[in-house]
Design a protein around this ligand. Structure first.
Ligand SMILES: Cc1cc2nc3c(=O)[nH]c(=O)nc-3n(C[C@H](O)[C@H](O)[C@H](O)COP(=O)(O)O)c2cc1C
Length: 489
């Protein structure tokens, strides 16, 4: 939940007290003028009523000022530096957001006032003379997360006057990418160039590594003069048995894809469409702690946790670590250990807004969960655009999609196959461009767009069609408002 920092009123507490005192003085003066004790006061004496009204006005005007002074004292007792902490997050798949929320809890647990904001809410003026923490990830090839794109384009274009702000950065990344923690470092450079003062060196986190998370908590403890807490311990893993594994694209020109169903779903395991399964690769007693993340294709109400996993190979032809284990080594009945990562940026939109779901390949997994959630909520303004290679082999979730279309739970289903000569379009972006009028109409009606699948080819292709159809400013605004969300990899 996003909380906002307290705002200051237009009349100062001192001003309020002064006005109240003047009114009280007036009241006492009228009282003496009449020379009568209070009990003899009657309705026929207007001056006495004026005096009484004066006292009531004094109470009404002064009480908030007295309260707020008292309240301020309480805050500063816990917070010797007198600083309010502002914690900002920029997250693509939810991890930076989770850690930012935990950082706020840590600060509040230490008796400090702290509030949580998306990075887009950071403007220097409002946060002047305060302490700001930034928990940001890097995505794509060294890119900022989608929710921070507008901030990067506008606020970070040039240095600002941020003198007086003290800051700390937790940069999430993965060393296997060429541009390790690039966005965290870009933000650090911009803040420093703007005159903000680092409280400590940027902390890089490689793949959720525990020592870096502990280093961050040690910095918070030092800044708040408290004992270090271990508030960032990951949720425990849960074991779900593999009940079924189905090869869903036999004969395909693409790599083999498997639907994995894990059951039974324990009462304690909960997730929403858009959340991510962090799967621990290997048997429970494996030494190495290796994780792979997959979109979840089902909902708890279906009694199973479903994944759609593509078999990957390393350049020298060996099975990929995660997909090889899930698609080849495990057998039905084996336990798979996992935890759920909440990904609020990619949850099904609230309310009865139209929804445009665009994806390719195994990206259909995440989209299926959204469709299932929408249909459960009886929201049927769903437009699905899905792309694969060949109709004969690559019809993921064909039965579900056909049933939902027949029942009217999907308003439009545009499936395109890039290697079929008779496919009406080659790629999903072509199908979207061909339906530009419908796209504009749905967007005018408040539609949300969710894109899931390939980061290369599909995601930029769809983005270009959106920009050509709706304009750059509109697309940037949709992204900033959470009406254009992506889970691409
Ligand atoms: C598609 C994708 C691209 C990524 N690109 C980078 C990158 O260029 N540099 C990097 O350091 N980490 C990269 N990462 C790793 C993420 O930064 C890391 O997983 C981080 O913990 C995600 O945090 P978030 O859930 O808050 O977005 C990438 C991850 C994904 C899934």
């Amino acid at each position: 939940m996003i909380t906002t920092a307290p705002r200051t009123g237009t009349v100062s507490a001192f001003g309020q007290l002064l006005i109240g005192a003047l009114l009280l003085g007036l009241a006492v003066w009228f009282w003496h003028l009449q020379g009568r004790p209070w009990p003899t006061m009657t309705r026929s004496r207007p001056a006495q009523w004026t005096a009484l009204l004066g006292i009531i006005a004094f109470t009404a005007i002064s009480a908030p000022a007295l309260y707020s002074r008292r309240h301020k004292n309480v805050v500063s007792e816990h917070n010797p530096a007198g600083a309010l902490w502002h914690v900002f997050h920029a997250s693509q798949t939810g991890f930076a957001l989770e850690l930012a929320a935990r950082t706020v809890s840590l600060l509040r647990g230490a008796g400090h006032a702290a509030a949580l904001y998306p990075l887009n809410a950071f403007d220097g003026e409002r946060f002047a003379e305060s302490r700001c923490l930034f928990l940001v990830s890097t995505t794509g090839e060294g890119d900022p997360p989608d929710p921070a794109l507008a901030f990067v384009q506008h606020a970070m274009r040039a240095p600002r006057a941020l003198q007086g702000i003290e800051y700390g950065i937790l940069a999430l990344g993965d060393r296997s990418y060429a541009h390790y923690c690039a966005f965290g470092h870009a933000l650090d450079r911009w803040l420093a160039a703007s005159g903000a003062m680092p409280m400590f060196d940027l902390v890089e986190v490689d793949n959720a590594a525990a020592p870096a998370l502990q280093a961050w908590q040690a910095h918070i403890a030092a800044q708040t003069h408290t004992e270090q807490q271990d508030a960032f311990a990951r949720a425990p893993l849960q074991a779900l048995a593999l009940s079924e594994r189905v090869h869903v694209n036999p004969g395909s020109a693409s790599a083999a894809a498997f639907e994995l169903n894990l059951a039974p779903v324990q009462p304690g395991i909960e997730w929403q469409a858009g959340d991510i399964a962090e799967i621990r690769i290997g048997p429970a007693d494996a030494d190495a702690d290796i994780y792979r993340e997959y979109s979840i294709a089902s909902l708890p109400v279906e009694g199973r946790l479903s994944l759609l996993v593509r078999m990957m190979h390393t350049p020298d032809g060996k099975p990929g670590l995660g997909s090889g284990w899930l698609c080849q080594q495990t057998k039905p009945g084996d336990d798979i250990q996992l935890r759920i990562r909440r990904n609020p940026n990619f949850h099904t939109p609230d309310g009865d807004v139209p929804l445009i779901l665009i994806g390719n390949g195994t990206g259909i997994a995440g989209l299926r969960a959204h469709l299932r959630a929408r249909i459960g909520a009886k929201r049927h303004r769903n437009w699905v655009l899905f792309g694969e290679r060949k109709r004969a082999h690559d019809r993921f979730y064909d039965r579900d999609l056909a049933t939902w279309l027949n029942e009217g739970a999907i308003a439009h289903l545009d499936r395109v196959y890039s290697r079929d000569a008779d496919s009406p379009h080659r790629y999903v972006q072509d199908a979207l461009a061909a339906n530009a009028d419908r796209l504009r109409q749905w967007m005018d009606e408040g539609a949300v767009i969710m894109v899931c699948g390939s980061r290369e080819g599909m995601a930029p292709g769809v983005d270009q069609v959106l920009r050509d159809t709706l304009g750059d400013a509109a697309v940037d605004a949709l992204m900033a408002d959470g009406r254009y969300r992506r889970d691409v990899y």
